[in-house]
Write a protein that binds this ligand. Structure first.
Ligand SMILES: NC(=O)C1=CN([C@@H]2O[C@H](COP(=O)(O)OP(=O)(O)OC[C@H]3O[C@@H](n4cnc5c(N)ncnc54)[C@H](O)[C@@H]3O)[C@@H](O)[C@H]2O)C=CC1
Ligand SMILES: O=C(CO)COP(=O)(O)O
Length: 356
């Protein structure tokens, strides 16, 4: 394996967000000999990380690498760091970005690992960063792929995908993250990676509901497959490459989220299927459940791009219209008959896939 030598990696990096994924990314970078400054908004988490090398709320029973230093100061976190990893829930972004703006932060490279859209305009995170910070697209990168934090911190084999309009940045990130248990691919389609990451959470809610209702493997496979079809339809309409949806950020992350006990979205859906209210099911996680906000955002995007998304609509009916999961099954099963391939034709004129 050709991996960049330590002296070619940055000495210092910043990670904003000390939830499960931010902490796991900080640990991963620290193990590659980088000094990591990790921002948490909560003083008690900062103290626990600095004193006990633990983040017991988000990653219990895990000893963090000593190269991690936590702080509640955003300015201290980013000062002098050529790479800033942004790993907070999508809902926290406006607040974080406003804080960064308050000290006229001018970033070198921002790498985000957020799987959601920024409301109220359903912006992809990379677009939002360009609008709000003094940053051009060459300075932004995204991380996607099937990667539960709980497994990554335990050095369990995992793959990721990184993307940036700057090829150098994508390759640098590949080197920064890659190890004998973490295999990192590059993919030039950052639009597709952002969209796939946000939308798979909706499908995981839906698979969870099916499991909560007592349905079997046939239903799970059907929802994942037809879910991927609707993710791809919207993604392609928004400018993504169809190939991304059969890659790690697409079908890879869809599988990891829809079948895993680690997934907060899957578990929330299952509780809904078992009869809990949305509030109860989300509170039971104690962590972010991105699929709820993504469902709202996705419905607006589907309407804007004129894309049919029946599974997302069924999930929305449960989340926001008070429908019982059992009631929406017929919404999906009783639709007009159709063919699987009707959606796609190969255009003979330009040999590119198009949606009809
Ligand atoms: N957990 C995982 O395995 C993975 C998560 N992600 C994505 O990473 C992002 C972050 O997720 P997690 O770390 O899992 O979330 P989490 O729920 O584990 O932690 C969220 C962190 O953000 C903080 N936070 C919440 N609201 C905030 C606000 N308004 N301002 C500042 N900080 C706030 C919380 O205190 C907590 O430290 C999400 O978009 C998620 O989809 C992506 C890949 C894997
Ligand atoms: O994105 C994830 C794994 O790749 C985590 O999914 P959840 O947010 O559903 O836990």
């Amino acid at each position: 394996m050709t991996i960049m030598l330590d002296d070619q990696l940055p000495n210092r990096v910043a990670v904003i967000g000390a939830g499960s994924w931010g902490t796991a990314i900080a640990h991963t970078l620290a193990k590659k000999n980088m000094e990591v400054t990790l921002w948490a908004r909560n003083e008690s988490i900062v103290n626990e990380i600095n004193q006990s090398k633990c983040n017991s709320k988000y990653l219990p029973n895990c000893l963090l690498h000593p190269n991690i230093h936590a702080t509640t100061s955003l300015q201290e976190t980013v000062d002098g760091s050529p790479y800033v990893f942004l790993v907070v829930p999508s809902a926290a972004m406006p607040q974080i970005v406003a804080s960064l703006q308050s000290f006229a932060y001018s970033p070198m490279t921002i790498v985000h690992a957020i799987k959601g859209f920024i409301q109220p305009n359903e912006d992809r995170v990379s677009l939002y960063l360009q609008k709000k910070l003094a940053v051009n697209e060459q300075q932004i990168a995204v991380i996607g792929g099937p990667s539960h934090a709980e497994e990554v911190v335990r050095s369990m084999p995992t793959t990721l995908v990184v993307s940036s309009p700057s090829k150098n940045t994508a390759h640098k990130l590949q080197d920064m993250l890659m190890s004998n248990y973490l295999r990192v691919y590059t993919n030039p389609d950052w639009i597709g990676i952002e969209i796939a990451g946000a939308l798979k959470n909706i499908i995981a809610l839906s698979v969870g509901m099916a499991v909560g209702l007592g349905f079997g493997d046939n239903a799970k496979a059907a929802i994942m497959t037809r879910g991927l079809a609707e993710i791809a339809r919207l993604g392609i309409a928004m400018g993504a490459s169809p190939l991304t949806f059969s890659g790690l950020a697409g079908v890879g992350d869809l599988i990891a989220t829809c079948i895993s006990e680690h997934s907060r979205n899957f578990r929330t859906g299952r509780l809904l299927g078992q009869g809990m209210t949305l509030k109860q099911a989300v509170e039971a996680q104690g962590m972010v459940v991105e699929g709820v906000r993504a469902t709202e955002a996705c419905l607006r995007l589907a309407s804007q791009y004129h894309i049919e998304m029946p599974i997302t609509e069924a999930v929305a009916a449960v989340l926001f219209e008070g429908k019982q999961p059992k009631q929406v099954v017929s919404l999906l099963m009783d639709r007009d008959k159709t063919t699987e391939m009707e959606e796609w034709v190969l255009s003979s004129e330009n040999t590119s896939w198009r949606f009809v």
